[in-house]
Structure formats: C-alpha cells, structure tokens
Design a protein around this ligand. Structure first.
Ligand SMILES: CC(C)(COP(=O)(O)OP(=O)(O)OC[C@H]1O[C@@H](n2cnc3c(N)ncnc32)[C@H](O)[C@@H]1OP(=O)(O)O)[C@@H](O)C(=O)NCCC(=O)NCCS
Length: 167
C-alpha cells in the first residue's frame, strides 16, 4: 500500500522542459510513438473549455501528466464523429521511478471522479496501443471495457470505455 497521495495542478508554460523531457523517456515514447504534442502552443494559451492538461504531483514532485478532453469539441477531431457528453483521457507517468507504485491508479481515479462530477457526462473513452498490454491491464482494473480495435494514423489501438454506471 502506497501512503503518498497524488494531487493535480494545471500544467503551465513553466512545465515545458519537464514535459519535453518526459516525451523522450523510453517508456513514454513506447506508449505514444507517433503523436506530436505542441506543448509550447498549448501552454501559452489559457486552457480551452474542451481540454484540461494536468500535472500530477506526489509530495510536491511532478511525476506525470494527465489530459482530459471533450472528444467531440477537441479542435483536431482526433476521435472523429463521436457523441456528445463524453470525455477522453491521456495519461503517463513521466518519472520512471514512480511507475508501478499505484500512482497511475490514483491519477485515473481522481480524473474519473472529476469527469463524472459533471452530471451530463455518460462515459470516458481511451485508446491504448494494442501492444501496450500493461496499460490495457491497468484500464481493465479500473473498470474500462473493450469497445473496438481502431487505427489512428499509424497506431493500432484498442478503444475502451468506462460508463458512468460502472460502480
Ligand atoms: C499506464 C501507467 C499510467 C500506469 O501507471 P502506474 O502508476 O505504473 O500504474 P499502477 O502502479 O497503478 O499499476 C501498474 C502495476 O503496478 C502494480 N502496483 C500498484 N501499486 C503497487 C505497489 N505499491 N507495489 C508494487 N506494485 C504495485 C499494479 O498491480 C500493476 O501491476 P501489473 O502491471 O502487473 O498489472 C504507466 O505505466 C505509464 O505511464 N506508462 C507509460 C505511458 C502509458 O502507457 N500511458 C498509457 C497510454 S494509453
């Protein structure tokens, strides 16, 4: 049992170097090899209503990143045509030493609570690479269910969803 508690704060331009450093970590790269994150542009502007970019901290130390979007309103339409009232999450622990200690689970539980605290939100969707067996196990443990296999760009992904009535 891990006694340390994760908290979130909004990501800021001051996190630019850290986010770029995390992007280069092999375990992060392996989970998202073809995606480009325009950190400088994203963090220079106020967060739009359809996106939250959060830094997870443990005892004041930044350890990871979590993004919540409204996939219907998100500007690149990454998810294509999706229904309203969904949220989509991206997550990674940037600091390797903080993997496999329950912090990812804490981050997801906080994010799930945030998403479902909005009364209209019906489900949360995610898209791990099919090859990312550890992440798929992680999401299943949290209650996410298989929806479909889907190719995003060059990435073979498994779309999974957590319905609001998952408890
Ligand atoms: C996916 C990810 C966010 C999970 O975060 P995490 O903090 O490592 O997850 P947890 O610690 O909650 O669970 C991971 C494993 O550690 C185990 N674990 C949890 N707490 C533990 C503890 N205190 N001691 C020992 N093991 C523990 C879990 O049982 C789990 O085991 P399993 O892999 O055999 O199923 C993290 O692995 C990560 O950032 N990976 C790289 C990026 C990525 O893949 N992101 C997802 C893209 S879709």
């Amino acid at each position: 049992m891990n006694e340390s508690t994760v908290s979130f704060r909004n990501a800021t331009l001051g996190d630019l170097d850290l986010l770029r450093y995390w992007d280069e970590q092999p375990h992060v790269l392996a989970s998202d090899p073809n995606d480009y994150w325009g950190w400088e542009e994203d963090l220079s502007k106020p967060q739009p209503e359809w996106r939250k970019q959060l830094i997870a901290e443990v005892n004041g130390k930044p350890i990871g990143f979590l993004q919540i979007i409204d996939p219907q309103l998100e500007e690149t339409h990454y998810w294509g045509d999706v229904e309203e009232n969904l949220r989509a999450i991206d997550i990674w622990i940037g600091e390797k030493d903080y993997l496999n200690k329950g912090f990812g689970t804490q981050m997801m539980k906080l994010a799930i609570e945030q998403c479902f605290s909005e009364p209209n939100i019906s489900a949360i969707i995610i898209d791990p690479l099919v090859s990312n067996k550890g992440a798929i196990r992680f999401y299943k443990r949290l209650g996410f269910k298989f929806v479909e296999y889907r190719t995003f760009g060059e990435d073979e992904c498994m779309v999974m969803s957590l319905e609001k009535d998952y408890l």
